[in-house]
Design a binder for this molecule. Structure first.
Ligand SMILES: Cc1cc2nc3c(=O)[nH]c(=O)nc-3n(C[C@H](O)[C@H](O)[C@H](O)COP(=O)(O)O)c2cc1C
Length: 142
């Protein structure tokens, strides 16, 4: 079995609501768990940034579906390739919405700090992971 990773960004469709995102997330978690796919999805200022890792066939198949999904467009494939170890071991799809009013400023700051620490830990990782964290930082700081 070969481990594969893929990173892309996209723009949410105009009429996308919070409840649509929750639906995407629920489906993703269920499907990813079944297929042993792990990763992280960020949503900020109508932009998605996602990294997925798992068996090559599964990753390519789910990305086909994701590309056809009408809930976002302008999908840009940023990086894909083989890797040796999982970074998101226990996360079938972790998600953070920084637009959400539920998060107080202090939570947001804590999240950003954690994310930056985490991204520094992963410096030894693949190009795709490094790119994901670099773009995540940019996205969060805009
Ligand atoms: C931004 C975004 C991220 C998504 N991420 C995943 C994902 O990680 N895993 C997944 O199975 N589906 C994901 N989806 C949903 C798929 O596009 C698709 O709707 C889902 O796999 C259900 O497919 P099915 O109708 O064949 O069951 C995502 C959709 C969007 C818009």
């Amino acid at each position: 079995m070969s481990l594969y990773e893929l990173t892309y960004c996209s723009i949410a469709s105009n009429n996308l609501k919070q409840k649509d995102i929750l639906k995407i997330l629920a489906k993703s978690k269920e499907h990813n768990k079944k297929n042993n796919i792990t990763g992280c999805l960020l949503y900020h200022n109508h932009e998605f940034l996602q990294i997925i890792e798992g068996e090559e066939d599964h990753i390519l198949k789910v990305f086909e579906k994701i590309q056809q999904d009408k809930r976002h467009d302008q999908i840009i494939l940023l990086e894909q390739g083989k890797k040796t170890n999982r970074l998101f071991e226990n996360w079938n799809m972790t998600y953070y919405d920084l637009n959400s009013k539920e998060h107080e400023d202090v939570n947001k700051q804590l999240f950003i700090d954690n994310l930056i620490n985490f991204s520094q830990l992963s410096l030894k990782n693949s190009n795709g992971v490094n790119l994901f964290w670099r773009l995540a930082r940019q996205l969060l700081l805009t």
